[in-house]
Ligand binder design. Structure first.
Ligand code: GLV
Length: 311
């Protein structure tokens, strides 16, 4: 009943130490070790960032597939046998990282950090009018575990907070919008928009010209979803026209952007290399081991992907 890990090897070594300590009865291998011949037949559990193409034939006894990240858009779900559950990474470390990053980005936009960074480069000392948090409306697209944690934290600063999701949610102190019909209403009340959606066929390029036009003028964007959510040329256009005032992007398409891409040097864009939140082995292995127990005992898995929805 081997557990095979196929992702960043340095973090894999950390997982291996944790497995040796907490679940010494489960043989733990790091790809490509354990991925061929009889070894591959012994693999029951696979934790991956990018699944191998021939997964179904290479690992005929596979029982569970874990994504080492929160997203599974890099998976071809049709290549994973229907009886094998796929589990996304929902663990406290990833949540904490996302809350930190989006809080940092929201406060930076709220307190005009990009403006002052540019002014410093120009040797200019020029205060701009400060707005109070109560005047800055924050909206999060996507109300999963991450969206909820982010909104709860941001609400504590006094930002009027709202969230939008496909299916109805209720969150204390947060205005919740559900379904495509309510999207215009949600956008119209949002000064800082944070994208935390899963990337699916329905959400690809959702951050486009039409959506930006429905935000108040001078709104700002934080994309911590996937590069594929954003129509990058539409963002440049919206920044040019003043419809959007700024953007903080942790993801891009492609990653990295081509060397000559205008987003690299745009004065109203802050770009980071997909580091907003990273799976933390200590807390992630706890969740994985709990899911192995749940699987054994026939309990619902934490983070199991609904194949029909695609997340
Ligand atoms: C990172 O982007 C993840 O999916 O965890």
């Amino acid at each position: 009943m081997t557990f095979l890990y196929k992702a960043d090897a340095v973090r894999g070594a950390h997982w291996a130490r944790l497995f040796a300590e907490k679940a010494p009865h489960i043989p733990f291998r790091i790809w490509p070790d354990g991925s061929s011949g009889d070894d591959a037949h012994a693999v029951r559990y696979l934790a991956v960032w990018e699944p191998p193409r021939d997964l179904a034939t290479a690992f005929p006894n596979l029982e569970l597939v874990f994504s080492v990240g929160a997203g599974i858009d890099q998976f071809d779900l049709s290549a994973i046998p229907a009886h094998v559950p796929v589990v996304r990474m929902i663990e406290p470390g990833i949540v904490a990282g996302m809350v930190e990053y989006t809080t940092l980005a929201t406060l930076a936009l709220h307190r005009d950090w990009l403006t002052y960074a540019a002014q410093q480069r120009e040797g200019r000392w020029q205060p701009v009018r400060t707005r109070v948090a109560g005047e800055r409306r924050v909206g999060v697209l996507g109300l999963g575990v991450l969206g909820e944690a982010v909104l709860t934290r941001l609400a504590s600063f006094g930002f009027p907070c709202a969230g939008w999701s496909r299916s109805p949610r209720t969150l204390d102190g947060i205005e919740c919008f559900a379904g495509t019909d309510t999207l215009p209403q949600f956008l119209a009340r949002t000064d800082i928009l944070i994208c935390l959606l899963p990337l699916t066929a329905a959400t690809r390029h959702i951050l486009n010209r039409d959506l930006f036009a429905q935000l108040p003028r001078n709104a700002a964007l934080i994309n911590t979803g996937r590069g594929g959510h954003l129509q990058q040329d539409h963002l440049l256009e919206a920044l040019e026209s003043g419809q959007l005032s700024a953007a903080v992007l942790d993801v891009a398409d492609p990653e990295p952007l081509t060397a000559d891409h205008p987003l690299w040097h745009h004065p109203r864009v802050m770009l980071t290399p997909h580091i907003a939140s990273v799976t933390q082995p200590d807390s992630a292995v706890e969740v994985v081991l709990d899911n192995l127990r749940r699987h054994r005992e026939g309990e619902p898995l934490i983070g199991q992907v609904d194949r029909a929805r695609g997340y």
